[in-house]
Write a new protein. Structure first.
Length: 552
């Protein structure tokens, strides 16, 4: 709908002789008495030109030229806002677009010819997926879906952390449990992974090798076996939520020398050194972030010789530039909030265009069962596991609950609410709206022979002018802009809120406007409005990755 207004307003501003650097913006007033849409361009231009904003607005209005029967009224309000009121006819005519475009309604072309990479989940293969990782997985999957609607060539990537000290600890943990199975008494450190899954992996090694490895000091076989088993389990868990990745980038490749004998990590140190941002002291190698105004430098290679997280992350991001992505999206947990700004600063120093990078930080998750919170710790073996949550509440509730709060907000996952079969549960409420429309359309076919495919007389929508019909139709027209807003903010929560509001408007329309008992043409028109609502719900569900049940 913004595309309808913006060029008309731009031409009017120019025709009125108003020269301004301010961009034209269109908003929907919260209170309908101030119009269906509004622009503050006169107010902004007045500040710039030091003129009366209401006078500028009055100058603009005579030059606004809209097609006939589209705008019911234009008025100036407040300090110079120009408010637009649409005609019911125009709103209902526009709803026809939903029925014409069906699955493609809401899609755009702003990303056509562009490549985007969305990296998400990227959990260390040291244990089963926790609920916290699940939230990031669903967030990333929905963001990738949003990009896809705008024509981007999307790569969904998992950064596979298969290097570093945590993997050695994993291998050692399995080796110690294996030795126990061989009859040895071992002292198991508190710093090692202690979950039952470690014992199960050790049993697998014992079944394959018997006690033949009881005396070995090597860790690689235990580590590699654990890595393979755990990552297979991670992928199976993600599959249950409909989360799939196109590529898996292995961290160990950043530690592997190329034909010149240097690693990607070493090349980062060398490149930053050439820019005079590397220093060595206290036995470690440091990124001199104090030169950027920070209080302390940041370690890139510890005194033990082990890289910190920042070094391989910088090297990894350089591969994304090398692979030619126009947009680079990273979905991180809150534990990365201090690290990623340093990675971006390093990339900027190395000459990369960091405006291509977009970061989505999702906050922590706690689960509440009967009012009791569950603590999470993979290493201690008492993690709140994602598989258990899916078993308990189902994939749809798991996905929707993860994103029905803003990514910047801490999420308390109420398990009991997620299982309720009532309108209090947002998943049930959305599913019920879709199923109700499906039931209505089935009944309409039986009772009045309604078949929208054989007789698509969508123009009947123009007969509708009841306030409940107009409000529902107007909301359907918001869908394309809602996708763009959600994508701009990297915030699928906006889609959840929109769909919930749409479901409310449909239920109100259903209660206030008789459908099958109405006059034949009005009945068909209201059925087409219901069909359009179902289409938008389905399209939104597809972005959110939830099912669209036809009966409940």
């Amino acid at each position: 709908m913004h595309e309808f207004f913006l060029p008309v307003i731009a031409r009017a501003v120019e025709a009125a002789g108003i020269v301004t650097e301010n961009p034209i913006r269109i908003e929907q007033p919260a209170d309908k008495k101030f119009g269906d849409f509004s622009t503050n361009i006169a107010f902004l231009a007045a500040k710039e030109l030091r003129k009366n904003p209401r006078e500028l607005a009055q100058q603009i209005i005579p030059h606004l030229s809209f097609p006939p029967d589209t705008i019911a009224k234009i008025e100036v309000a407040g300090a110079g806002f120009i408010n637009f009121y649409l005609t019911p006819l125009f709103i209902m005519q526009s709803v026809e677009q939903v029925l014409l475009y069906t699955d493609r309604y809401g899609e755009g072309a702003s990303g056509k010819g562009k490549r985007a990479i969305v990296e998400y989940v990227s959990a260390n293969p040291t244990g089963p997926l926790t609920i916290g990782r699940g939230r990031g997985g669903v967030l990333g999957d929905c963001i990738a879906n949003l990009f896809a609607t705008q024509g981007y060539d999307i790569t969904r990537e998992y950064y596979f952390n298969d290097a570093g000290r945590q993997m050695q600890i994993l291998g050692e943990s399995v080796k110690l449990r294996y030795r126990e199975l061989c009859g040895q008494i071992v002292e198991f450190p508190a710093t090692h992974y202690q979950g039952d899954y470690i014992r199960e992996i050790a049993e697998q090694v014992f079944n394959d090798h018997g006690a033949a490895l009881a005396g070995t000091e090597e860790v690689d076989l235990f580590k590699n076996t654990a890595e393979s088993i755990i990552f297979s389990a991670i992928r199976a868990t993600l599959e249950r939520l409909g989360i799939r990745h196109d590529s898996f980038f292995n961290e160990h490749t950043l530690y592997t020398p190329d034909e010149t004998g240097t690693t990607a990590n070493q090349r980062v140190i060398e490149a930053l050194g050439e820019k005079e941002f590397i220093s060595k002291y206290d036995g470690a190698t440091w990124f001199m972030t104090t030169k950027l105004g920070q209080e302390k430098d940041k370690v890139l290679i510890k005194s033990t010789g082990e890289p910190s997280y920042r070094l391989p992350d910088i090297a990894y991001h350089l591969t994304k530039y090398k692979r030619g992505f126009d947009v680079i999206v990273n979905v991180f947990g809150a534990d990365h909030i201090d690290e990623y700004p340093d990675v971006i600063e390093a990339l900027k120093i190395l000459g990369e265009d960091t405006s291509r990078i977009r970061i989505a930080i999702n906050q922590f998750v706690t689960t509440t069962v009967d009012g009791q919170s569950v603590k999470m710790s993979t290493r201690k073996g008492n993690a709140d596991l994602l598989d258990d949550l899916i078993d308990d509440v189902g994939a749809d509730a798991t996905r929707l609950f993860f994103i029905m709060r803003g990514k910047d907000s801490h999420l308390n996952f109420d398990v009991e609410l997620a299982k309720k079969q009532s309108r209090e549960n947002p998943v049930f409420y959305l599913h019920y709206a879709h199923a109700r429309i499906c039931s209505l359309l089935r009944l309409a076919k039986q009772e009045i022979g309604f078949d929208p495919h054989s007789d698509p007389d969508y123009h009947l929508l123009r007969l509708l002018d009841n306030p409940a019909e107009i409000q529902l139709g107007f909301a359907l027209l918001d869908y394309p802009d809602m996708i763009k807003t959600s994508l701009r903010l990297l915030e699928p929560q906006k889609m959840v809120e929109y769909l919930h509001s749409l479901a409310e408007l449909f239920h109100r329309f259903y209660q206030e406007c008789p459908i099958l008992k109405a006059e034949p043409e009005i009945a068909r028109a209201r059925l087409f409005l219901s069909l359009a609502t179902r289409q938008v719900l389905r399209n939104g569900f597809r972005i959110l990755g939830v099912s669209a049940p036809e009966s409940m």
